[in-house]
Design a protein around this ligand. Structure first.
Ligand SMILES: [Cu+2]
Length: 162
């Protein structure tokens, strides 16, 4: 009986792993979360980014907050050019997701910041988080951690290096 249970879990586990490597997409009602990913962090780094695509096939909604056990808090940020200066700010009101549109969180634009991370993200691991929408509710997702950001990525997160 016990052995059977273990075998069942093992199969389920490998299916989940396979599924996330292939499609790596999450659904919440009419909202699709495409390919959440992050970057490996340097050993002393405390802050990590988070990126994904939100496809909203339903009515207007809003990404209001994000939680993760891997961070003290997760902030929603926006990056914008102000003249020649790249500026970053926290979005207190969340990120608006208009009806029937796709909003992309990516370097140099909207993104998540995992704040005060105790165990730096490592390449190849999956970081769990929960996205909370104003109307649709919340959905658990996993961020695939890729290699340490190159020149482009690190410039996208200039000012976060503390
Ligand atoms: Cu930021």
């Amino acid at each position: 009986m016990f052995a059977k249970k273990i075998a069942a879990y093992a199969i389920l586990g490998s299916m989940l792993a396979f599924g996330s490597a292939q499609a790596h997409e999450f659904k919440l009602g009419q909202i699709e979360i495409g390919h959440p990913y992050s970057r490996a962090m340097l050993p002393m780094a405390k802050v990590g980014g988070g990126y994904f695509k939100i496809t909203n096939n339903g009515p207007a909604d809003r990404l209001v907050s994000v939680k993760s056990e891997r961070a003290e808090s997760v902030e929603l940020h926006e990056m914008k050019m102000n003249g020649a200066v790249m500026e970053m700010r926290e979005l207190d009101g969340g990120i608006a997701i208009p009806a029937k549109t796709t909003v992309e969180l990516k370097p140099g634009s909207y993104h998540l910041m995992f704040m005060n991370v105790q165990q730096p993200f490592k390449e190849g691991e999956m970081v769990k988080a929960t996205l909370v929408f104003e109307k649709a509710g919340s959905v658990d997702v996993e961020f695939a951690v890729g290699p340490v950001a190159g020149d482009k990525g690190s410039e996208a997160h200039a000012g976060h290096g503390r």
